[in-house]
Write a protein that binds this ligand. Sequence first.
Ligand code: SAH
Length: 514
Amino acid sequence: MQKNDIVELEITDMGVGGEGIGKADGLTFFVKDAIIGDRILAHITKLKKTYGYARVEELVKPSDLRCEPRCPQHRRCGGCQIQAMAPGAQLQFKQQKVRGNLIRLGGFAADFIDTVMEPIVGMDEPYRYRNKAQFPIGTDREGNPVAGFYAARTHSIIPVTDCLLGVEENRAILEMVLAYMKENGVRAYDETTGKGLIRHVLIRYGFTTKEFMVALVINGRKLPAQDKLVEQLCTIPGMKSISVNSNQENTNVILGEQTICIWGEPYITDYIHLRDCSDDRFALTDTAVAFQISPQSFYQVNPVQTEKLYSLALEYAGLTGTESVWDLYCGIGTISLFLAQKAGQVYGVEIVPQAIEDAKRNAALNGITNAQFFVGKAEEVLPEFYARNVSGAVSGGETDNAKESGVRCQGTNGDEAVSGIPTARTDTFVGDMSHPDVIVVDPPRKGCDQACLDTMLKMQPERIVYVSCDSATLARDLRILCDGGYELKRVRPVDQFGHTVHVEVVCCLHRVDL
Ligand code: SAH
């Protein structure tokens, strides 16, 4: 067998990236776009000693788990790896992915996982769920500006103005931008030469308020004939905010540092409602938190599923109104402000200063006074706080440790120590933030840092709620927490990103001696 051969395969498994797995002649093949249950003829693209890669040449017998994908570009675009799988099969795949990681990487017994793991929460509407889209802008062979998506693992743009995961209005907005570029001779940015102006179009939509935001990311400071574009864009119903973001770096990072609002407000508003978790209908309740979202803010992209995820996190936190709670990796305070409504005091920690600004503004917007926010790394703020408030460090001074780690945190109420590290004191709250009742974490894909986990264990909260976007690092961290005196009580995946292989998980751990 060699490269470019055609081999017949029965797809018997799927990898975590959504690739089909089949065996022939003792070799394992990984096949993009093949689905468990497919019988295919595969074209070998790469061959190693024990495994190889192949692509589907012919579907001999399609799997029963297949469905008709709605997007004609789904195979070329890198976004939806499993769109050809029926919705129920996608959920099954994600449930198994989380289960498998907890067993394989977390070292939990399969029987045990089956007792604590609940069925994945699926979506009612698996298309048009995203509230944010970032379209790269390029130039086609004829020299016309195009908007679309990068083809899988490349930087060549597939022209698509209507991604089926995003809202329908994205298309009209993009067409206005492309028409403006043509009429005014405004060039798309070319990353190989560093020339040209328009790099990306960022669109955000508030599902509950129906407000739109457009930000044009440009390789410069000013948009020529800006009024002509604004005149068009503000005819879109719900348009609230138009900005220009300047990014003149040769980088894959989409947004630059500076954003100037050129029309309307610098943000849009959206509401996140608490949902009733008592059954799988997740009915809306009257409790809601309002958020002002700027172009740079992190905000969950699937607002409907986010409500289910946060409502589960809040239920797992088991709050009665008096508890002290840390919310680590708090972003713009989305979970913190939910928690604050049911807790005594919430401390949020987040590395991005702009997000903390948003969190404070959002707390004020909602009249929430029992949430404080600190800028810094969770793995630095938490240990510093603990050292300062428990190990007898001088309150109000700067410990050597703080100097070394360079921790610089900012409290909201001016009650932080000289160095800016939060202290346990607040005027209105008597709870012990060094030994909180609950710690909630929602880290990025790489999971929690060891120093953060160590301090969590020292703080000995009664409950830990772990919200994760990567079940592999989740499994690793759960093992550390369970070896440190906690028991995994509940695990529930939530499908936030239909048609992709990504899955969120919310877990609850209880201190063993309780
Ligand atoms: N809980 C928030 C955000 C979760 S995303 C929400 O649901 O909206 C993870 C967040 O962790 C991001 O906002 C990211 O900026 C932040 N982050 C990344 N590394 C961090 C670290 N070491 N310490 C604190 N926050 C961090």
